[in-house]
Design a protein around this ligand. Structure first.
Ligand code: BGC
Length: 440
């Protein structure tokens, strides 16, 4: 195969024209409906037991916000009337040993971090403190403050947690530290936290999205449409549904997607996430580049070996390469050097940038299609205004992602896309869990 032919094929494999975006919307709706009925579906459609807050919730709450390897402990003060005082925050990082070790040890570590925080905060004592727990993994929620982990995502594999109630695991770990006075009164997904935190101040907000290391969304659904819901209706008649959209699997995959999935810790799961999120975008580009290099289209000498190394092209690098406007793509040259590719030609670098762009375009267009499906689930004609609270490193920091996603929404909806207002809602996930703790 000639290079031109190869690039043509690559573009075809990754291209998502508007007709395919519309097809994704239709299939997404069908999976959503099946999930809501409790039928087999790639979308879990998890009832969260809560709806958006009134904005009048008040008080001081702790939150543990676990999104991925970075997590935070915070104290959130809600003033009522939609306002909060800027929270006190402590940040922590989980190393590989912890995310792949014993579950008990992982939760002991969380409890230790909470202990550290309250010592610094000066609020240790017999006084009961309520804590909202943001746990950003697929949870089968069994109550507003209970839920079992269905599966790990984002490279986590700690043992003894899948199938267990993560709130109980946290409370047991807190008790082992003598912190029984802390009561976990809310469990939330990060998308739910993000939606709740935004809707505390903005009543038009009805969807929460995360596009970062992992990806997912939640939205408000009529309780009468949640056929599998055995409980009573909420006062508003609506409930937030955690879609777990990262697992959507009605997507056409390219050869590198299949290779990436096979080599992952969770083969067969999280198919959309593996095309979209920050954990995988760089690796997809690397797999394409490695294949090109093998075919003799790219790199020479030791560079050929360097690009074969799994994980070497982090999404952050791919983002910086896509943003590179320097003469001779010198910035890309120095990034590649860091990866062990010392002798790239300008043509190599241009090719690398093109591939990074192809990968991020598909990611943005798949995300836009999924979002279009979520918004039109409740409002098929897109007649109302919808505020989408969004967070995550890919949406926030990638140089072209947000723009490409907006453009794709415009292709799907035309002028009506102006009814979708996407607002970056930073760090809402922890705050949202605290608000749920207040509602609960
Ligand atoms: C998890 C979701 C989470 C998303 C964003 C995914 O891997 O399954 O629960 O909301 O990442 O953090």
């Amino acid at each position: 195969m000639e290079l031109n032919e190869y690039i043509g094929h690559l573009k075809y494999e990754f291209d998502i024209p508007v007709s395919r975006m519309r097809k994704i919307v239709r299939e997404f709706h069908s999976e959503m409906k099946k999930g809501l009925c409790g039928r087999k579906s790639s979308l879990k459609m998890i009832p969260t037991y809560v709806d958006i807050p009134t904005g009048k919730e008040k008080g001081s709450f702790l939150a543990l916000d676990l999104g991925g390897t970075n997590f935070r402990v915070l104290e959130v003060k809600l003033k009522g009337s939609g306002r909060t005082i800027p929270p006190k925050v402590m940040k922590f990082v989980l190393d590989k040993k912890r995310i792949a070790g014993k579950g008990d040890k992982l939760f002991d570590f969380f409890a230790g971090c909470i202990e550290k925080f309250i010592k610094y905060d000066g609020c240790r004592g017999p006084k009961e403190r309520k804590l909202g727990f943001t746990f950003s993994f697929p949870i089968k929620q069994t109550g507003v403050a209970s839920g079992d982990l269905v599966l790990w995502t984002k490279g986590f594999s700690a043992t003894g947690v899948v199938g267990k109630d993560v709130v109980k695991l946290l409370e047991d770990a807190l008790a082992r530290k003598g912190l029984d006075s802390i009561k976990v009164t809310a469990l939330a997904n990060d998308t739910v936290g993000t939606l709740i935190a935004r809707s505390y101040q903005d009543k038009d907000c009805d969807v929460g999205v995360i596009i970062g290391t992992g990806t997912n969304a939640c939205y408000r659904e009529k309780v009468s449409n949640i056929k599998k819901w055995p409980g009573a209706a909420t006062p508003s008649g609506r409930m937030i549904i955690n879609i777990e959209w990262g697992n959507f699997n009605k997507l056409r995959r390219a050869a590198c997607d299949i290779a990436l999935d096979r080599a992952s810790k969770n083969p067969g799961d999280q198919i959309l996430e593996k095309m979209v999120s920050g954990m995988y975008m760089g690796e997809i580009a690397r797999l394409v580049l490695a294949d090109m290099s093998k075919r003799g289209f790219l790199f020479s000498g030791p560079a050929k070996k360097a690009i074969q190394k799994k994980g070497v092209l982090k999404t952050q690098y791919a983002s910086e390469i896509e943003a590179d406007r320097s003469t001779g793509l010198s910035k890309t040259a120095s990034i590649l050097k860091e990866l062990g590719i010392k002798n790239s030609t300008l043509r190599d670098r241009e090719m690398v940038r093109t591939v990074c762009g192809i990968v991020s375009s598909r990611s943005a267009r798949v995300s836009a299609s999924a979002l279009a499906a979520v918004v039109t689930k409740a409002d098929p004609g897109l007649l109302k205004k919808h505020v989408i609270a969004i967070d995550g490193t890919v949406y926030e920091r990638h140089p072209t992602f947000a723009k490409k996603m907006r453009r794709a929404l415009k292709e799907i909806f035309g002028k009506k896309s102006s009814n979708i207002k996407i607002v970056l809602s930073k760090d809402g996930s922890g705050k949202g869990a605290a608000i749920i703790a207040a509602i609960a």
